[in-house]
Design a protein around this ligand. Structure first.
Ligand code: SF4
Length: 405
């Protein structure tokens, strides 16, 4: 099962912590139809290269419109893109179709229009229910606006609604983080993403941190917030199925699960990343065997749109016109990624299955020794071929995964 990701690179304002490809603009300044045309041109070229109509066609279980703020996009144009994708790729009839939304561009009418366009899941960027925190995060909406957007989506009959919350803000108590998560869980949501604020280099926050001008949260309080949210949402029947994600059984985000399981995704749009297994047996640029290919598209919207007009479909590389980065991935590096991503999910990673898929042996003596040492410290649990991080040790997952490389 594979996925399709479509990137929409505009927002009404640039948040100071954001390191996504997103440009601040007014809604009316976006060429809605022109961007849809460009995505369709790229999709047609990528589909020809990926030979999606062959017997080996990738079945698509999820389509994700991310950004940026795709809820700014004219829903008719988004729907036109989706319809063309259905003609080009083997998209399952019951595929998950997600659109990321911001409260400033989502009301009942927009939610219904998105459903009419084919969406069956909306992911809404609430981020906080406290005015001073939203101001710190540079968000344009207020708490009432966020709650109204969530309620409007539910009332409009969107089959699946999720929202995002950020914790780990300066001076935030674990009780405050927990209360916000509980308020949202009580609003009838069956899926909630709770991210710890991270300060990325190159962002406004990153620059302020470098100069010592950014107030930072206390690390102990951040860890306690993580645990307080975990405890509260599990009590509400939302299972902590990935480090940052909670869902009622059956409401997990299929798109994200596919990513954490290491499945392929076709990335389309300005700045999008894609990853597919190499079925053509090509070697990498250095001559070594390439098991998979990751690529990235042009990151400036005008360039991206212009480049799709003369795009080639006989390769995915810097010569095709739209790709600006191609990386050949060996089986070993793909296995390391599967470990890193798989340890983030409650189900863990089936090392034997991953290795079998990639054609290598995962049980190197060194890795086995490391697994035993980590298991002794309660950092991982090994059940047959499955390796997972117990919930009590999720706070250390990044460190645990890096030791297994
Ligand atoms: S709304 Fe989201 S994508 Fe847009 S700037 Fe803010 S964090 Fe980035």
């Amino acid at each position: 099962m594979a996925s399709i990701y479509i990137h929409f690179p505009w927002c009404l304002a640039k948040c100071p912590y954001c390191d996504f490809v997103s440009y601040a603009t007014e809604r009316d300044d976006i060429d809605h139809a022109g961007y849809a045309d460009a995505i369709i041109r790229e999709a047609e070229a990528r589909a020809r290269y990926l030979e999606t109509d062959g017997s080996d066609a990738r079945r698509i279980g999820s389509v994700f419109f991310g950004g940026g703020t795709p809820s700014l996009w004219d829903p008719r144009e988004l729907g036109r893109v989706l319809e063309r994708l259905r003609g080009l790729f083997a998209i399952d009839g019951d595929a998950e179709i997600t659109v990321e939304c911001n409260p400033t561009s989502l009301d009942g009418d927009r939610a219904r229009a998105l459903v009419d366009a084919g969406a069956n899941r909306l992911s809404i960027g609430t981020q906080s229910l406290r005015q001073e925190q939203l101001r710190y995060l540079g968000r344009l909406h207020d708490p009432a606006g966020a709650q109204a957007a969530v309620a409007a989506a539910i009332e409009a009959g969107v089959p699946r609604v999720s929202t995002d919350l950020i914790f780990g803000l300066p001076n935030q108590t674990p009780e405050d983080a927990r209360d916000q998560a509980e308020t949202l869980a009580s609003a009838g949501l069956r899926h909630l993403s709770c991210y710890q604020l991270t300060i990325e280099p190159g962002t406004q926050f990153g620059e302020r941190k470098k100069r010592g001008l950014l107030p930072m949260a206390d690390e102990g309080a951040v860890a306690d917030s993580f645990l307080a949210i975990d405890e509260a949402l599990e009590r509400h029947g939302l299972r902590h199925y990935e480090i940052s994600n909670y869902a009622a059984p059956g409401h997990e985000a299929r798109h994200n699960l596919a990513y954490w399981r290491g499945d392929e995704y076709v990335g389309l749009g300005c700045g999008a990343f894609g990853y597919v297994r190499n079925r053509r047996g090509e070697n990498g640029e250095d001559g070594s065997r390439s098991t998979g290919v990751r690529w990235r598209n042009a990151i400036v919207p005008k360039d991206y749109v212009a480049r799709t007009k003369s795009m080639r479909s006989d390769a995915i590389d810097e010569g095709d016109g739209v790709t600006v980065m191609r990386e050949d991935l060996s089986s070993e590096s793909l296995l390391r990624e599967r470990i890193m991503l798989g340890l983030r999910i409650a189900e863990g990673v089936d090392l034997a299955r991953a290795a079998d898929d990639l054609g290598i042996d995962p049980w190197t003596p060194e890795r086995l020794r490391t697994i035993d040492a980590l298991a002794e410290r309660g950092r991982v649990v090994r059940e047959g071929d499955v390796l997972r991080v117990p919930r009590a040790a999720w706070l250390f997952t990044d460190d645990t995964a890096s030791r297994l490389f």
